[in-house]
Design a protein around this ligand. Structure first.
Ligand code: NOJ
Length: 576
């Protein structure tokens, strides 16, 4: 009987695509701003469900939902009160189950945001820890603090929060300081508590058992801080960064050697991977894990795993951090090569063009580069991650100081320069059409103002236009399903300062060539130096600035590229 069960599971596992995640097109949804179904001006789960057909038509393989759990929303969901329940403003568990059911029918996988570094200060766990209830005493990072020369109480160390000011907050009930690497309402969990570690694994199991296909893991490199036992019983001060544009309250004033990227972090991630891997055998599905850490490439790469342990896919933020409006083809090639060079052999690359924490791609890189950046993310090997709205080239919204709600901006206390820190502009409601509030809600107002250009830049307009960013994105997404893009070799070339060429070649398959003209001049591109590339090319996706249309033939010796054109071609002959 046991053998039969094992055989049955093995057979069904063999029948499914365990490698689905390796080339997944992952679409990040910021639930508050995607679609509002109940007219309260806040996006919700039923709103997302109503738009699943749109995501299906767009070619999305998986959606990642920014946190949907119960939260007082000081950090808009990244401060969780109850990991096992849904925020009432987003809906109910029944709504979530319905979303899962509909997504499954459409072949879209659902990934959740797992926030392991901190909870809300309103959570039951935190309250129990304040009361020093058995089992919860060390769930968080607590400290008595120090005394200054006058004998007055001061925080245990100079650590500051990512959102400015001391990362230590006094709790008068417990009479100790607690650590919060983000807002005061986000106390840091203590991963030196074995019980807490198990608790977080149970949270993962809860959602995996409900059928989610994996997680995006928040702020993973903040899980551990220096252990006072190794520093004479006190938390060591962090060294100064020497950054002249900062003061003692600013995060960038310090080098975070005691609060980020500590060695212990990686084993926790590998343990989570082990837990997820068990689902291959029990549920016949590979569960995906992508980890978020803004760190140097060497620290990031370690998340991939070791010779003996499986790990996660560390988000590759090089497009976000290293590419700007003025980047040349050389710069972009360098950014691509950097990840491909450091990534361990056999692992899965990934390309992130935007998220809810950074200025939007169209604003950062320029509207004329929207097609180019989408093309790159979708045609390079591995996972492509699209933040909602990047497929139509949404730009950042504009918010006054009075309208600003992001804690990172509010904590600047600076009504002039808050914009530099504000994440509200990239979180404004999605542009569905030209109707009031961009079709995001039928209510009277929206939680953040809709960006001013919604009447021009919206899904409806781009669906009816002859050419649009959206149509280009979809065409490239379709090409992404070809074997050459899934499995082909990668070649990146900067043919000049402003012409970048990416080829994906697989023997026995037509080759795929992406050409990008970053300049505002026509370029006649000669691909003769790509010797394995067959001569006859045909356009399969044409960006909004290209004069060559889909179906146009070109010889590889002379491809006509209008200013800012992003073009995708395939070879008529098979490679190679
Ligand atoms: C990263 C999230 O993306 C961001 O939105 C949040 O503020 C911090 N982590 C804290 O959870």
């Amino acid at each position: 009987m046991r053998i039969l069960v094992v055989l049955l599971v093995a057979t069904s596992v063999a029948a499914v695509d365990l490698d689905w995640w390796k080339t997944a097109l992952v679409y990040q949804i910021y639930p508050r701003s995607f679609m509002d179904s109940n007219n309260d001006g806040i996006g919700d789960l039923n709103g997302i469900t109503s738009k699943l057909p749109y995501l299906h038509a767009t070619g999305v393989d998986a959606i990642w939902l920014s946190p949907i759990n119960v939260s007082p929303m000081y950090d808009f969901g990244y401060d969780i009160t109850d990991y096992r329940d849904i925020a009432p403003e987003y809906g109910t568990m029944a709504d979530f189950d319905n979303l899962m059911k509909r997504a499954k029918q459409l072949g879209i996988r659902v990934l959740l945001d797992f926030v392991p570094n901190h909870t809300s200060n309103e959570s039951d766990w935190f309250n129990r820890s304040i009361r020093r209830e058995a089992g919860y005493v060390d769930y968080y990072v607590w400290s008595d603090g120090l005394k200054d020369e006058n004998g007055d109480r001061i925080p245990p160390s100079n650590w500051v929060s990512t959102f400015r000011k001391s990362a230590w907050e006094w709790n008068s009930a417990r009479e100790q300081y607690y650590l919060h690497q983000f807002v005061i309402g986000q106390p840091d969990l203590n991963y030196r508590s074995a019980r807490l570690q198990q608790e977080m694994k149970d949270v993962l199991s809860f959602w995996l058992d409900k059928g989610v296909s994996g997680f995006r893991v928040d702020a993973v490199n903040r899980l551990y801080e220096a252990n006072p036992d190794n520093y004479g019983g006190r938390y060591p001060d962090e060294p100064l960064s020497g950054n002249p544009d900062t003061n003692a309250d600013d995060y960038d004033h310090y080098n975070h050697i005691y609060t980020s990227d500590l060695d212990e972090t990686y084993d926790v991630v590998y343990d989570w991977r082990d837990l997820l891997d068990k689902y291959i055998h029990t549920h016949g599905e590979y569960k995906m894990m992508m980890t978020e850490a803004y760190a140097d490439v060497h620290s990031m790469i370690r998340y991939y795993g070791t010779d003996t342990r499986n790990g996660s896919i560390p988000f590759n933020f090089s497009f976000l951090g290293e590419i700007t409006k003025s980047s040349t083809a050389w710069d972009i090639k360098t950014a691509i090569d950097k990840w491909m060079t450091h990534m361990p052999t056999g692992k899965t690359a990934n390309w992130v063009n935007g998220n809810h924490d950074n200025s939007r791609m169209a604003t950062r890189d320029g509207v004329e580069r929207v097609d180019a950046m989408n093309l790159l993310a979708l045609i390079l090997p591995g996972v492509a991650i699209t933040y909602q709205g990047e497929e139509i080239g949404m730009t950042d919204g504009e918010l006054s100081w009075e309208e600003t709600v992001d804690p990172q901006a509010c904590n600047t206390d600076d009504p002039i320069n808050y914009v530099k820190k504000s994440r509200d502009p990239c979180r404004t409601p999605f542009h569905w059409d030209s109707s009031d509030h961009a079709g995001f809600t039928r209510g009277r107002s929206t939680w953040l103002p809709v960006a001013a250009n919604y009447k021009d830049v919206n899904v409806h307009n781009q669906l009816i236009a002859k050419k649009s960013h959206y149509k280009f994105y979809k065409d490239v997404g379709r090409a992404r399903r070809r074997n050459a893009v899934k499995y082909g070799d990668l070649d990146t070339r900067a043919l000049s300062e402003d012409v970048l060429v990416v080829t994906r070649l697989l023997p026995g398959e037509p080759g795929i060539v992406a050409i990008i003209n970053l300049s505002d001049q026509v370029r006649h591109v000669d691909l003769s130096t790509l010797r394995l590339l067959p001569t006859n090319l045909i356009v399969i996706a044409s960006g909004v600035d290209c004069s060559l249309e889909k179906g146009a033939g070109q010889l590889k010796q002379n491809v006509h590229m209008t200013a800012h054109c992003a073009l995708l071609l395939q070879t008529r002959e098979k490679c190679c």
